[in-house]
Design a protein. Sequence first.
Length: 77
Amino acid sequence: MLAAHCADIGRDPEAITLSAHLFLGPDRNYGQVIENAAALEAEGLDLGIVYIAPPHDPAVLQPLAEAIRDSGLCDRE
């Protein structure tokens, strides 16, 4: 859909950063966040924004960062 609209107005769709919201639920299923990001990456996702469900605890950041790092998603270009 985006590509069609870009074609209509003469804009290069590659010049647009595609972003999406990803949610880390209270169950702290880090793998699900990675699966969702990978599925969206296959559709052209450039930037994922992870929302963390309350209660907000800084302790979730380390395992989330490790899951993202270990997934290899950030290594792709």
